[in-house]
Design a protein around this ligand. Sequence first.
Ligand SMILES: Cc1ncc(C[n+]2csc(CCOP(=O)(O)OP(=O)(O)O)c2C)c(N)n1
Ligand code: SF4
Length: 273
Amino acid sequence: MKPVEYNTGKIPNWCPGCGNFAIWNSIKKALANLDIEPHKLALVSGIGCSGKMVNYVRSYALQTLHGRTMPIATGIKLANPDMTVLVNGGDGDGYGMGVGHLIHAIRRNINVTYIVHHNKVYGLTTGQAAPTSPEGTITKSTPFGVVDATINPLILAMATGATFVARGYTGESEHLTDLIMQGINHKGFALIDVFQPCVTFGGQYKYEYYDERVVKMDKMPSHDEAVKLAADQEKLSIGVYSQYERAPYEARHPEISRTVEMKDVSKLIEAFI
Ligand SMILES: Cc1ncc(C[n+]2csc(CCOP(=O)(O)OP(=O)(O)O)c2C)c(N)n1
Ligand code: SF4
């Protein structure tokens, strides 16, 4: 497969310069490098600019309700363990509305890769505060500045026991492609939080902001170091923060695996017809 073969023919309608284009390209490159054919891929997305990804990558695709990607992705993976399941959503979708689902998907270690488009605002609805908007940020919904504490997705995921936690940046697309490949190859839940400038409503959080602060990690840090790096607001480290082995959910539930002999359920079905 070549990256271009994952195009659907639909032209993305993201704003010119939006970081989502880089995520789109990195997803296609990662899929091509791993030779994952479209019929073996399920793409699940939330609602938002990020969620439009399902229209632009050739695959089985489902755009869910706002914040509800995880229950759908879980169902797809458990019913079809051989499928690669890739989830896309915004930081509002995943860390706001969907944060409860996220925590349980992490602790179950559902074998899906979750790419979060971290732009610090609600993009589609034109720039309200997201759970990642730093305190004091003035947005349409917070004219006097955000007063809530900011969610740190990497620390949240590590504290919940995530088996793969990484951070990427759309200004480093080759690096991002590599992270997505690592996430897909990882056997278990993979969170890839991606700094994705919203060039229209993102306020100061544009490419210039990230270009000045983003640095690549040369190796995976120790746990304590990972927490410190994740908390650092000035030096923004990208790369894999944490990875360890733990059997994914379906491996710990052989009864839901396809290898279990199927019983004849026709009589049971008839009883309901
Ligand atoms: C249940 C529900 N509440 C609110 C909305 C309105 N809504 C649509 S997109 C969105 C925010 C999207 O922001 P984010 O998840 O960060 O994604 P982005 O657009 O930035 O990619 C909201 C609040 C909705 N569609 N459904
Ligand atoms: S509003 Fe922001 S996130 Fe949405 S397409 Fe435009 S630049 Fe991208």
